[in-house]
Design a protein around this ligand. Sequence first.
Ligand code: AMP
Ligand code: MG
Length: 417
Amino acid sequence: MRSVRDHQEAIHGLFGPPEAVEVAVTDALGLVTAVDVVTGVSLPGFDNSAMDGYAVLGADLAEASTEHPVTLPMAADIPAGRTDRLTLTPGTVARIMTGAPLPGGADAVVPVEQTASGPVRGRFAPVDQGPQQIRFTAPIPVGKNIRVAGSDIVAGEVAIRAGTELHAPQLGLLAAIGAGTVRVWRRPRVVVLSTGSELVAPGHRLRHGQIYESNSPMLAAAATEAGALARTVHFVPDDVDGFLTRIAEIAGEADLIVTSGGVSAGAFEVVKDALIATGGVEFAKVAMQPGMPQGCGHVTDPSGQAVPIITLPGNPVSSLVSFEVFIRPPLRTKMGLPPHRARVTARLRGSVGSPAGKRQFLRGVLERDGDGWVVDPIGPPSSHHLRYLAGANALIDVATDITALADGVDVEVLVLD
Ligand code: AMP
Ligand code: MG
């Protein structure tokens, strides 16, 4: 039997290096920058006001006090968005709003709350009251309430380093520097194909012996959560020709094909039968539970291009655990994302057995326990128990040589959410 690690390496080898692509900033959420992004503009791009108030020449207010206010005429009105260049004449002030460009010659902004215009204190007078005189009762330090051009970032500097995962704040910065697009590692296109003559689509009545197909939506969701562009195609029955026809249809549009079912030791193992005949895929028994029968390799698309394929076992728990162990890490590496789930050491509540010679991944419910963690194994080990999979938030990773774990021992846990 092949070790988990050896099979992980075989699968890793199917993935080439990350591929850079230019995407719209609005489509870049969760992706990772492939290059440093240098800003072509400074932020702020011009000196502007940090407050709603009056742009002044500080020297004009040097003698202002409550007893001896200084009253100056308002010579201009500068809302945000005004694009002409104004100059403040000494002995006058300009009404200015937050984010509006500071007039030349002004060296401070007095917040409106600290002024009075006529009888109106602490507020702007209504605009229709004609030329206004503004009363100041204190001096103001030079530079006060001014956002200086380039004080955030200067044109030519790196705004976002290569290798940065793009989330709301980073996308905000990219937009602020005027970037419409950004160079990132692209999402691989994953196509999921389930196999099995017993499978039925939702909305249809089940006949005796049939089941609803659940692996393809589950695996596509797992691939999407990992960051890939995943889609499902309609499942195929256990028929080699039908399977190969569907593979030929999807191969041209996939960077990775993931199949489920048809790889174990039964009599109608469609995936195994079909791909052993075409070659390019190796099938192995991997020393793990769940998920022993596995396969990986390449199929060729209609243009003769090799497309990676990973063939997972059909039991729902096996297929999802296999995805976690074998597919999620290289898929994320391909996008420049951190490959691994968080791992914690937790105290086991209850005792469990584990098959000799197999690395076991048990479903568990992980909880905080003071400063540490505690994990409850849930559900029997057999791999059709989707209910317990859906109730788990962690996988307990039991090493190959361990056959029993007693209540209260420390175990290694993969955190799923
Ligand atoms: P297989 O790997 O094809 O031998 O399937 C193993 C078990 O998983 C059988 O009980 C199948 O009915 C079940 N199974 C296989 N594929 C799916 C699927 N796509 N959805 C739900 N159950 C499946
Ligand atoms: Mg099957």
